[in-house]
Structure formats: C-alpha cells, structure tokens
Write a protein that binds this ligand. Structure first.
Ligand SMILES: O=C(O)CCC(=O)C(=O)O
Length: 250
C-alpha cells in the first residue's frame, strides 16, 4: 500500500516516519537466524567493526570491550537473504513514494547492540559522514527485536533534516562523529516492533542509546539514493556491484 498524503507530509515536515510492522513473525525468525549466522562468520574471520571503540584489533579485542556497537557494512555481499531484502517490493514501494521511482543502494549495514553491553551511536546526521549532494538520501531502518528506548530504539529530532550541521570526531571512538549541541529534550523515541521499519532523511539528527536490557537489539539499515547523487568528492556515483540499481522507472 502506498504512503498516504498524511504520512508523506509527516515525513517531509519531520524528517522521519515510524511506519511500524512490515514483516511477519516467520520472516523475522528467518532474518534473525541469517543475521546471527553472518555475525558468527564475521567473528570467526574478524570481519566486523566495534564502532564503540577505535576500530582495529582482533575479534576478541572487539568483543571484550566494555561497550559493543557491532557493525557489518554490506550484509548484501555476505548473504543472499540480505541481498534480496534490498529488492523487497514492500520497502521499495514506500521509498519510491519518498524519493522517486529510480533507486540505488548507497550502502547497507547491520548494527547490533548485544544485551547489556550494547554501545551508543552518538547524535549525528548520516550525511555528516557521507557528505553526498544533493542531500536527498533516505534510510529504511528495521529491527529484528522489539526496539524501545532502553535497548536502543532510534531517537530523532523532528525537523532537523532541514539544515546540515557540523560534525566533530567523537572523543570516545574514532569510528563515530558527534555533534556537541543537540537539544535532546526535543528527541522523539521511535519504538519499533520486531519486523518493523522506520524511515529517516539523511539530514535528520538521530541517536541510539546503549542497550541496558537483557535483550539484544539487532537492526539493519538500507540507505537509498536517487541516481545522480554525488559523493564527497563531487563525483556522480555509478551503478556498480556496491551500488546496484534497485528500481528503475520504465
Ligand atoms: O542502529 C543504530 O543504533 C544506529 C543506526 C543509524 O545511525 C542509522 O541507521 O543511520
């Protein structure tokens, strides 16, 4: 079902849209199993990052750190199930409503906060990292566990997508950027059920807190861009293996 005018107006006024449940419980079970298997292999091969600490070191170093914000970029290069998820019509139909019928992948990523030790992702705009032009990228963030504030649900500042802000390198970890002056009294928590999705614009300020619960929070984000998007060097990003064309109007 397409997004309603009300949902579209909400997204463009606020920079995010908490869509709610999309996948069935059976689908969620299958995603969890695959997610855990890709992480198992990544730990075996030391092919993941703990962005809560300076990246680098072996798997044990990363997993024994006091905080773990575990990241695998391009799950689609490791798993057919996650590759297929990029082409999921239920998601592309909604993204098409937001940024048009021609859609490319900027990248995907799994972001896992283990129970109790899961680390934060500090306040940022995605485009603070990416510096793409035009700033017209949209992310679909989904979770395979019920996400609430305490285990790291997405928090956003409504309306912040209207203006880019300056990002500093975080003092705690080289892997993250940080913004000093965020008025988090304006933050809205997007509780998302397992199998649910939310969208955010690439300039929307967002944050996820450490996981204080006994439950994991396994999330996956697909970052979409329209063809013609330029990278930080000003070069138009080409369709290639890393940046497939996911949908094209005919
Ligand atoms: O999943 C998280 O904790 C952070 C995700 C995020 O920052 C993003 O998808 O842009």
């Amino acid at each position: 079902m397409p997004l309603s005018q009300e949902q579209l107006d909400f997204f463009w006024a606020n920079g995010y849209l908490n869509y709610g449940k999309l996948f069935t419980d059976e689908e969620v079970e299958a995603f969890r199993a695959e997610y855990d298997e890709v992480f198992r292999q990544a730990v075996e091969g030391n092919a993941f990052r703990n962005i809560a600490i300076d990246d680098g070191g072996d798997s044990q170093h990363k997993l024994k750190a006091p905080k773990q914000m575990l990241q695998i970029t391009q799950m689609c290069e490791r798993s057919i199930r996650f590759r297929k998820l990029l082409y999921e019509p239920r998601i592309l139909d909604l993204v098409q409503d937001l940024i048009g019928p021609n859609l490319m992948l900027f990248h995907d990523q799994a972001l896992s906060k283990p129970a109790r030790t899961g680390g934060a992702v500090s306040w940022h705009q995605d485009n603070g990292y990416w510096r793409c032009r035009p700033a017209n990228l949209v992310s679909c963030w989904m979770t395979f566990d019920d996400a609430v504030k305490e285990n790291g649900a997405m928090q956003v500042i409504p309306g912040s997508h209207l203006k880019p802000v300056w990002h500093e390198r975080s003092a705690e970890t080289n892997a993250l950027l940080k913004i000093e002056a965020v008025d988090d009294s304006k933050a809205v928590v997007c509780d998302v059920p397992a199998g649910g999705i939310m969208f955010h614009h690439c300039q929307t300020l967002h944050y996820t807190q450490p996981n204080e619960t006994d439950r994991p929070r396994r999330a996956f984000a697909i970052h979409f861009m329209p063809p013609g998007t330029r990278d930080r060097k000003g070069e138009t990003m080409r369709v290639d293996f890393k940046h497939p064309l996911l949908r094209a109007s005919v």
